[in-house]
Design a protein around this ligand. Structure first.
Ligand code: GLC
Length: 455
């Protein structure tokens, strides 16, 4: 029976193996000999904390406040005189992340407004030259490493203070200055804070040059089509700067927002969960509150079910999740955000084995939910329990030996040539995610996947 089944299924699976390749974007993915090894820990980690923090936290209108309100550069720079976060405590940040079940952290070392939280003798707009006179990246790196979490920094090559970013042609010398700042600051970050595990670029690459798309086309200004990157003469020279970064930090993993080869793709926002992809490492980044990434007083924290749905949804599509908090100007992560993270951490303390160190599949996401696996164990994440509690999935070309609610009672099941039927115990049905653990007769080692009908 299983040989016929194996043959029919392998043809279907073959078709499904290649689908994700079509959706590549921006930077190519790295293919050097160490690439797979380099990304392994990151893939196992599955869940990280993003932190958007800087002088934009003071007005509390999000990290794009300068651009959205067109605040003149010299006026905006005055925020640095007010930047003295009296309750800043990087150890406290790390413990909030740890309590949330997060395995790595990524802090905005410098965002689009140009303010650097690290020391750069070549720039006048840094935390060292602010009212705080302090290198916050140094504390952050030490605390995150001490907590045993992956150490990540976000860096924006684009800087709104440079007219050359907006018009790299007519302001070429200034564009070159911007590029030199980029190379200098990457060198500062990569040389003075010890081992870094992640560099999270944003606003780099030709995608963003010339300010995201405004160009002069003969008769006037017009938005450059989204999929048409900048094509002028200016170049970020990412190969050189990122090449230098990789020399200084050989184990570092990079996202895909420069033109240089990346280690993983970044998808952005709740709506970007997207397709299953176990061919290219990827990460969904989103915010724990509605609205901006930077601090906004009273911003509404998203419900636990929504956030866990995204985390489980990403893992079931073979991706990571990077969840953002926006600390207050005094340095504290707003208690409602920390509390929500603690709730996620509690869920992960009970169900983490079905997320950490797993791969997406074998079943593709469907009306039922998603699945993850590790060795001989498959976890069916029932996000939407069928009314009659009878879950029917296409069978697997491997025998299922046992089914049980994770840390709970046995689940009745029947496997045929076509289907695997699971009878969910009503008592175990969880409104957010009922995790069913299946023990297989052999490890699921293939990256092939099984399609599930979308009801
Ligand atoms: C968006 C926001 C930017 C933020 C980034 C994080 O692009 O505009 O401010 O840093 O997302 O992914």
């Amino acid at each position: 029976m299983f040989s016929i089944l194996r043959r029919t299924l392998s043809t279907i699976l073959a078709i499904l193996l290649f689908a994700p390749l079509l959706s590549a974007q921006w930077a190519p993915l790295a293919t050097d000999p160490d690439a797979a090894k380099r990304i392994e820990w990151w893939r196992e980690a599955r869940f990280g904390m993003f932190l958007h923090w800087g002088v934009y936290s003071i007005p509390g209108r999000g990290e794009w406040v300068q651009w959205q309100e067109q605040i003149p550069v010299d006026q905006y720079a005055k925020l640095a005189e007010q930047f003295h976060p009296e309750h800043f405590d990087a150890d406290a940040w790390a413990s909030v992340a740890k309590a949330g079940g997060m395995k790595y952290m990524v802090l905005t070392a410098r965002h689009h407004d140009g303010f650097a939280l690290f020391d750069d003798p070549g720039s006048s707009f840094t935390a060292m030259k602010s009212a705080a006179h302090h290198d916050f990246v140094a504390d952050y790196v030490k605390a995150v490493r001490k907590a045993g979490l992956g150490v990540g920094l976000y860096y924006s090559p684009l800087d709104w203070r440079f007219p050359g970013f907006f018009f790299p042609e007519i302001y070429q010398p200034n564009a070159v200055e911007l590029r030199e700042q980029y190379a200098r600051q990457i060198d500062e970050i990569a040389s003075h804070y010890g081992k870094l595990d992640i560099l999270w670029f944003d606003g780099g690459g030709n995608e963003w040059l010339g300010f995201g798309g405004v160009q002069f086309a003969g008769s006037g200004w017009q938005a450059r089509p989204k999929d048409k990157p900048y094509s002028g003469t200016f170049d970020w020279q990412d190969g050189k700067t990122v090449g230098h970064l990789r020399q200084l930090q050989p184990g570092i993993v990079l996202n895909d927002r420069t033109n240089a080869p990346a280690d993983y793709r970044s998808r952005e926002g709740d709506g970007a969960l997207g397709d299953f992809d176990n061919q290219h490492p990827w990460e969904l980044c989103t915010t724990i509150t509605d609205g901006a990434w930077g601090y906004i007083p009273g911003a509404k924290v998203k419900p636990l079910a929504q956030l866990l749905g995204l985390l489980v949804g990403a893992a079931g599509r073979d991706g990571n999740m990077l969840l953002n908090v926006g600390p207050r100007p005094d340095g504290v992560i707003d208690p409602p955000q920390a509390e929500r993270l603690a709730e996620m951490g509690k869920w992960l303390a009970a169900n983490g084995e079905s997320i950490y160190g797993t791969r997406g599949g074998p079943w593709l996401p469907g009306a039922y939910g998603v699945s993850t696996h590790k060795g001989k164990t498959v976890y069916v994440h029932v996000l939407h329990a069928p009314k009659d509690l009878a879950l029917v999935l296409p069978t697997l070309p491997v025998r299922v030996l046992k089914a049980a609610v994770l840390h709970g009672g046995d689940v009745a099941f029947q496997q045929t040539e076509q289907t695997l039927s699971l009878t969910l115990p009503a008592s175990a049905a969880d409104a957010i995610d009922t995790v069913i653990e299946l023990e297989l007769a052999a490890p699921w080692t293939t990256s092939a996947v099984v399609p599930v009908a979308e009801r």
